[in-house]
Design a protein around this ligand. Structure first.
Ligand SMILES: Cc1cc2nc3c(=O)[nH]c(=O)nc-3n(C[C@H](O)[C@H](O)[C@H](O)COP(=O)(O)OP(=O)(O)OC[C@H]3O[C@@H](n4cnc5c(N)ncnc54)[C@H](O)[C@@H]3O)c2cc1C
Length: 324
């Protein structure tokens, strides 16, 4: 079927790859994900002179939800994740990158390009960089879903302030849980850690700070069984061994780690690692599909902002080389 390409715009509707298209927006590179990996890749591609689009919301990235980053170079006093996201987007936009707050639902490979379908629009790109990051793992107990946003939260920096002077539980056992405890201890009256493991496995710097808290208690070897509440959370039920226990709490912060957002990549047919991440050539962030690159937490390794920025830069440079 003939195409009419008028200033980056295809004005008529047709069917291809199982998708109905009309009003398709054309770009050299479309980047899926507006975290540090995607925004860095966008900065490189736009600065390299390519028509670049980032699909995704900077405020729903882990980077924006992470609070204060003390280990990102260049900020001796630390930097708030939201500020870092806004600055990275501004820098990419300065070189001409565009950003649409749109969730990509499907990617279809064509002969020498890719179609990306979102709820509202369809896009076409010669190269695609995947940087969808990771999402919070859930506990998976009754009451968790029902009381979400009514006391159950996955983001202390978003919701912590709502629990001033109240009692909160943190569910988890790693760095995320440790940071949540430290953050909430400044706001809440009482912070109780419910850890499935026998100890908190976190960086020594966090463990030292936690030792000094006066409003912190913990239960180890705890298996959460239910979160109770009528309108809002009122208690957490759990077991230690076979002994059932109950903890009164106004809020429950779930810090059970993250899982990579690989659905789009899997549907596209990309090869995965045995750990469930998108498999890339570590030298240039190429996936097994020509024209598709991946970066950041989606590709595993050290899940940090600094590494997401590094792999994002590498993916951006590779996309530029691919496009010539
Ligand atoms: C609470 C917390 C504390 C942390 N603390 C630190 C720390 O101290 N130091 C450190 O270095 N790292 C820390 N991290 C980890 C760090 O934030 C991540 O490693 C980093 O943000 C990963 O970047 P990313 O670009 O791969 O993904 P993310 O930052 O997760 O961004 C992913 C982006 O993809 C978008 N997206 C997902 N699916 C789609 C889709 N289908 N369509 C469009 N967009 C999509 C999301 O909306 C988001 O914009 C922390 C993370 C958390 C959650």
């Amino acid at each position: 079927m003939p195409w009419a390409r008028v200033q980056g715009y295809i004005p008529f509707i047709y069917l291809e790859g199982g998708l109905l298209y009309g009003d398709i927006r054309l770009h050299d590179v479309v980047i899926v994900g507006a975290g540090p990996a995607g925004l860095t890749a966008a900065m490189y591609c736009a600065r390299g002179g390519k028509k670049t689009l980032v699909l995704g919301n900077i405020y729903s990235s882990q980077q924006s939800m992470g609070g204060l980053y003390e280990n990102y170079p260049g900020f001796p006093e630390g930097v708030q994740g939201i500020e870092l996201s806004e600055r990275m987007l501004a820098q990419a936009q300065k070189f001409g990158a565009e950003n649409q707050i749109d969730q990509v639902e499907k990617i279809v490979p064509l002969r020498d390009s890719f179609r990306l379908k979102t709820e509202n629009w369809q896009y076409e790109a010669k190269a695609v960089i995947l940087a969808m990051g990771a999402s919070h793992s859930v506990i998976g107990v009754p009451g968790e879903k029902e009381l979400m946003a009514r006391g159950v939260s996955y983001c202390v920096h978003c919701d912590g302030a709502l629990f001033r002077g109240k009692a909160v539980a943190v569910v988890g056992y790693g760095n995320g849980a440790a940071r949540a405890v430290l953050y909430l201890a400044n706001i809440a009256d009482k912070v109780h850690l419910l850890s499935m493991r026998e100890k908190l496995v976190a960086e020594p710097v966090y463990l030292d700070r936690i030792k000094k808290l006066s409003n912190y208690t913990a239960s180890f070897g705890a298996e959460i069984t239910e979160i109770l509440g009528d309108q809002f959370v009122s208690s957490v039920e759990y077991k230690v061994g076979n002994t059932p226990r109950s903890l009164k709490a106004d809020g429950v912060f779930v810090e059970m780690g993250m899982k990579p957002n690989t659905d789009l990549a899997a549907a596209l047919g990309l090869e995965m690692t045995s750990g469930g991440y998108v498999k890339v050539n570590r030298f240039n962030q190429e996936t097994n599909m020509p024209g598709v690159f991946a970066a950041g937490d989606l590709t595993g390794g050290r899940l940090q902002v600094a590494t997401a920025v590094g792999t994002g830069a590498s993916a951006g440079i590779s996309a530029l080389q691919y496009l010539g």
